[in-house]
Design a protein around this ligand. Structure first.
Ligand SMILES: Cc1cc2nc3c(=O)[nH]c(=O)nc-3n(C[C@H](O)[C@H](O)[C@H](O)COP(=O)(O)OP(=O)(O)OC[C@H]3O[C@@H](n4cnc5c(N)ncnc54)[C@H](O)[C@@H]3O)c2cc1C
Length: 465
């Protein structure tokens, strides 16, 4: 290692890199060990024949913590924002229908039956209390709004965020705001309106960077310098060594080790669980129980004249009832400039998820052919794409299923006995990039408190993260 580091971070995805950034700001240099040849984890941008394709996330919500990170990295000039009024579509009853964005639009929309529209609009008047047991997202939505809203709106949205199944996702773990709003106001819509008022009325918009999502990673990586080590696969974690913990890793075919006072595990739950077993079998076993959804990303470039649909909007989500493999398609070139050459468009589709896991194990060419034939009907496309790239992730997104909060409580409880070990990542407080950035900042502060030897409060901070 080029210089002695007090802290080692395992995993150079957005969580690990954002944590290192925050630690640096707090005056604590950390080394990030990343097993792959590049950082970013599921985030990655590639160029193919003039098309800009995103391997994972296509954009992020411009929430305050992410915008603060962007300011600190001096990346504001690179930021691009999507039109906040761009419509989103769902494929219902054989056609693309705009998701209503206001009560008036809902009243006149033919997407939902009169009964469902009435249930949504009258929901603020029908106060309810949360049920006593942990409820699934599906049960909650059926109880409050009925089955049609679940099938046409909520389930496709759940596919878009978690690639998950609303019948198994825990409302409290996956969408804590909805649970809180019912608890506080007896109504989801009242809660949403009040929360918007508290935020000053503005809703964070969808953002990316001129050169794609990789800009964020490149900025984070370059500030770390030799504190960012690629091709270093962490294999074991033990107590002891000169500082407190010894982390063993493989680099260039050789086993190496580093001795540090604190370790942040910023790798997926299944890797963190494996590493934790060296310091706490209970915590390790609990994390190994977090399940993941597989996802295939199919990025395609077409000539504009090949696509009949005007592509005015964010994209389309597809309810499972439609019987298609495609979960949804983002219209990248309608959202941000510079995604496709002149007179061309970029579309990114997703397939798989918990409800269609098998497709992700098929050959890339087969997945591409299946999704492209579905796109042809959906968006009136003629002919094959002029550029295409496919990524398959067998374990793409953690599932906040029933019992998830309990698993995390067990892990935190067990780790309270191992001060100096901290967790961050997308299985803790939400999978979105904004959630990862916020979680990583909290983790960095807990590491700092621990290093400063803040006694009881450091242990408390470690438990909370
Ligand atoms: C297909 C897809 C689309 C998405 N779309 C969006 C979106 O549009 N907007 C949004 O906000 N979010 C989106 N997300 C979610 C978001 O991108 C992820 O939750 C987030 O990027 C995860 O970051 P992470 O750092 O926690 O984990 P990861 O990105 O998984 O990073 C973990 C890192 O740890 C490394 N690692 C693993 N094992 C070891 C080891 N033993 N030693 C060292 N390193 C190791 C990995 O190589 C990896 O780099 C999407 C996710 C996916 C998969």
């Amino acid at each position: 290692m080029p210089e002695p580091f007090q802290v080692a971070i395992v995993g150079g995805g957005i969580s690990g890199l954002a944590c290192a950034h925050r630690l640096r700001g707090l005056g604590v240099p950390a080394v990030v060990l990343e097993s792959e040849g590049r950082g970013g984890g599921v985030i990655g941008t590639v160029e193919r024949n003039g098309f800009l394709f995103e391997a994972g996330p296509q954009s992020f919500l411009g929430t305050a913590p992410v915008l603060e990170l962007i300011r600190e990295l001096k990346l504001e000039g690179e930021l691009v924002q999507a039109d906040p009024n761009a419509p989103r579509f769902v494929f219902v009853k054989g056609r693309l229908q705009a998701v209503p964005r206001s009560p008036t639009a809902l009243l006149t929309s033919s997407l939902l039956s009169v009964r469902s529209r009435y249930r949504v609009l009258s929901e603020p008047l029908r106060r309810t209390a949360p049920v006593q047991h942990e409820e699934t997202v599906a049960d909650f939505v059926r109880r409050k709004f009925g089955n049609e809203i679940l099938e046409y709106l909520v389930a496709p949205f759940v596919s878009g965020v978690y690639a998950g199944d609303p019948e198994t996702l825990s409302l409290r773990a996956a969408f804590p705001s909805l649970d809180e709003w019912e608890r506080e106001y007896g109504s989801v819509l009242r809660g949403a309106i009040n929360s918007r008022k508290k935020q000053g009325g503005a809703r964070p918009g969808l953002c990316s960077f001129r050169g794609g999502m990789r800009a964020l990673l490149q900025a984070l990586e370059s500030e770390l310098g030799d504190g960012f080590v690629t091709g270093a696969r962490a294999e074991a974690l033990e107590r002891g060594g000169s500082s407190g913990f010894t982390l063993r890793f493989m680099k260039d075919g050789r086993q190496e080790s580093i001795s540090v006072r604190a370790v942040v595990l910023a790798a997926p739950a299944y890797t963190a669980g494996h590493l934790l077993s060296g310091v706490s079998q209970t915590a390790g076993d609990a994390l190994l129980g977090v399940s993941y959804a597989p996802v295939a990303v199919i990025a395609t470039g077409y000539k504009r004249q090949q696509v009949g649909n005007a592509l005015v909007g964010f994209g389309v989500l597809i309810p499972r009832k439609a019987g298609l493999h495609t979960l949804g398609t983002v219209w990248n070139s309608s959202l941000f400039a510079g995604r496709a050459p002149k007179n061309s468009v970029t579309l990114t589709s997703f397939a798989g998820g918990v409800t269609d896991a098998e497709i992700v194990s098929r050959e890339e060419s087969e997945i591409g052919a299946l999704v492209e034939s579905e796109l042809e009907n959906l968006l009136s496309i003629s002919g094959p794409p002029v550029a295409r790239e496919i990524w398959r992730y067998p374990r793409a997104l953690p599932q906040y299923n029933l019992g998830h909060a309990h698993v995390l409580e067990n892990v935190r409880g067990a780790l309270a006995g191992v001060p100096g070990i901290h967790l961050t990542g997308n299985y803790l407080s939400g999978p979105a990039i904004g959630n990862c950035v916020e979680q990583s900042a909290r983790t960095a502060e807990a590491v700092c408190a621990f290093l400063r030897g803040a006694g009881g409060s450091a242990a408390g901070a470690a438990r909370a993260n």
